[in-house]
Design a protein around this ligand. Structure first.
Ligand code: ZN
Ligand code: ZN
Ligand code: ZN
Length: 379
């Protein structure tokens, strides 16, 4: 089970999501969605549950059938706070020795096509294949993301509060980031502050000092921070209601050692601003990526910007829409994603600036509002 405290969402909101998911499944030519524990389940019923070798799945027929949560009897109490009756969901428990896949098959009749959530473990996928005979299996992700990437006002408000909370952590960085301390020591203090400032837990803490900053998904290490280091700090986690923060700022511990830091960082700052400035309804995800990439490439650093410009965010830290070349998805109000270009100079240093933004009716709202300049801390 999830360690988070149960949050009671308005049943009317969940009912609407379930109805829309069923409609989207029908439009996609799928007879049923089989939703595993995780963020899709949390989005639809307000509880993420947990995924183990025993099958738990929400069986959501596209047509008229009654939805069911098929769940091991010993794990059913974890769903006690979900208003199953109001949501029209039947709870079907099973015990060790039963065949839960046959229970699912029995509710579906002879489906032509079922969609399993993207995070369903192979153990269950292959067992569904055996139990459901000739049914074609597809991914439920493309169906559910049509709902999840268009966020309602309450979801945007949760992301806004997550942004304010992580901004408060960045504002305190001078308390922890000092020469003579290891990345791991600084990271532990940051993780504690992420919780102090209102998150349920710290999901990730990247402290990339000096050459480690050139590795975008560096974690923390035993490296001792030195005077003059440039340090990439990328941090985030979920609020108790499940919506995530994710923000990066780049710091210098005293005046940077390398003489080219200021000029290179300024290129990055202009790139990040250009990409945020490109966000509005009607532009495509790849337009936003191109806006950042153009500035960096024109300054001669194109080969050092080695990842996409951003990712959607919500109940997952990384979700649709991805802000990447080749994604011609048209942005709409309510879509929320990161804008996080970086420049990574191998064996030397790296820099990244990351804000979460949301598409508004006529433009963009930034949910992170710490200064974008290189933050030079006293050393
Ligand atoms: Zn990342
Ligand atoms: Zn990040
Ligand atoms: Zn990110």
């Amino acid at each position: 089970m999830s360690s988070r405290p149960p949050q009671t969402l308005d049943p009317a909101i969940l009912r609407t999501r379930l109805d829309r998911a069923r409609g989207a499944a029908a439009d996609a030519g799928t007879d049923a969605l089989l939703i595993a524990p995780g963020s899709d389940l949390r989005y639809l019923i307000g509880e993420a549950g947990g995924s183990f070798e025993r099958l738990t799945t929400l069986v959501l027929p596209a047509g008229g059938g009654v939805p069911a949560l098929v769940v091991p009897k010993l794990e059913a109490p974890g769903y006690a706070h979900v208003p199953m009756g109001e949501l029209g969901i039947e709870v079907v428990t099973w015990v060790d020795g039963d065949d839960p896949y046959r229970i699912v098959a029995g509710r579906l009749g002879k489906p032509g096509r079922v969609a399993v959530s993207d995070n369903t473990i192979a153990l269950h996928v292959l067992a569904f294949r055996a139990a459901l005979g000739d049914a074609e299996q597809t991914l439920a992700g493309p169906v559910v993301r049509e709902l999840r990437m268009r966020k309602d006002a309450a979801e945007i408000d949760a992301l806004r509060r997550a942004g304010v909370a992580i901004d408060r952590v960045h504002a305190r960085m001078g308390e922890w980031l000092r020469p003579g301390r290891t990345e791991a020591e600084v990271g532990a203090d940051i993780a504690a502050a992420i919780v102090e400032e209102g998150h349920a837990h710290a999901d990730f803490v990247i402290v990339g000092s000096g050459p480690n900053g050139a590795s975008p998904h560096h974690d923390v290490s035993g490296r001792v921070i030195e005077p003059g280091d440039v340090v990439v700090i990328d941090i985030g986690g979920p609020l108790p209601e499940g919506y995530n923060s994710d923000s990066t700022r780049t710091y210098a511990v005293g005046e940077p050692r390398d003489a080219d830091v200021a000029g290179t960082y300024e290129v990055l700052r202009r790139a990040q601003r250009a990409a945020v400035g490109a966000v509005r309804p009607g532009v495509t995800a790849q337009d936003v990526d191109a806006a950042a990439r153009r500035v960096i490439a024109e300054a001669g650093f194109g080969e050092y910007f080695i990842h996409r410009t951003g990712h959607g965010i919500g109940l997952d830290v990384h979700e649709e829409p991805y802000i990447v070349g080749g994604n011609d998805l048209t942005l709409e109000p309510g879509m929320a994603f990161s804008v996080e270009p970086g420049i990574y100079l191998p064996d030397r240093w790296g820099a990244r600036i990351e804000d979460i933004v949301v598409v508004t009716a006529d433009g963009v709202e930034a949910l992170n509002n710490r200064p974008h300049e290189l933050v030079v801390l006293e050393s």
